[in-house]
Design a protein around this ligand. Sequence first.
Ligand SMILES: NC(=O)c1ccc[n+]([C@@H]2O[C@H](COP(=O)([O-])OP(=O)(O)OC[C@H]3O[C@@H](n4cnc5c(N)ncnc54)[C@H](OP(=O)(O)O)[C@@H]3O)[C@@H](O)[C@H]2O)c1
Length: 290
Amino acid sequence: MFALLGCGYTGERVARRLLARGLPVLATSRRPERLSLPGARLLRVDLDDPSTLDDLRRALPAGVRVLHSVPLLRDAYGGFRDPTPELLSCLPTSTKRVVYLSTTGVYGGVFEVDETTPPAPRTPRETLRVSAEDHTLAGPWSALVLRPAAIYGPGRGIHVSMRRGEFRLLGEGTNFVSRIHVDDLAALTDAALLSEETGAWPVADLCPAQSREIAAFCAELLGCPLPPAASAPELSETRRANRRVDGRMIARKLRVRLTFPTYREGIPQALAAEAGETQSEEPGAFSETG
Ligand SMILES: NC(=O)c1ccc[n+]([C@@H]2O[C@H](COP(=O)([O-])OP(=O)(O)OC[C@H]3O[C@@H](n4cnc5c(N)ncnc54)[C@H](OP(=O)(O)O)[C@@H]3O)[C@@H](O)[C@H]2O)c1
């Protein structure tokens, strides 16, 4: 069985890939009723409600393969806490495989990142991510950590925040942004669950680009003016990032060829998918995080 703990934006796509091949899937969410995954077993798991962790413990069979994609949670004091120890304590010791979706945030202020770059966390949030990775890798199972750059796709990314009038460039927009299309991340995660590769790896598409370049591309597609600039303190950590991530090594090891090697393929696909969704249903209401 495959247990997808935190079946959100990426997890749902991983679930669909596995289900399409007839594989058994258990998917967790705080609101499993929002998941549309025919054939999957859905389970409510909320780390703020410990009784749901007992349900999870009972639901996980021997030899399970697990995706952990629950982000850091807010603590009672407005800071962050890492749910990894609690979550992984529910796994049977016979768990075969754990894949953890971490973040390139663990590289802190390093500009050029590839598979040889060690983590260099600067903030408590980045440090917690490194400890979540270490916890995952220290378990009695085979484990792999994927560190995705900004995840984008239908309903998420610069094109969404620009359309809402919320996007701001950092100064002149010369900072580099690395990203990965959610479908490519799902393909890598799917392969990772079935592979025996171990360790922690950066994940990104083939095209780190200055944020003004991507903003200009989106503005032209959307037919709107280039957004105004903002200073660093006004922007989220993600928007302030300045990082060029080379994620080719893990894609090669997992034998995954990216469908969206650059934003020039990925953003038009996201817009087309959103247009399709708007015709048939409400557009996705994902917020941009990470
Ligand atoms: N977004 C980015 O650009 C980005 C970039 C790099 C790394 N990451 C990291 O990659 C991972 C996957 O990202 P994503 O965007 O696919 O995640 P997502 O859509 O935010 O999904 C997160 C999942 O975690 C679950 N979760 C959140 N709080 C929980 C709680 N208190 N108890 C139990 N479950 C909880 C959510 O439950 P519900 O289904 O109830 O919402 C959801 O299923 C995350 O760790 C994220 O931080 C994200």
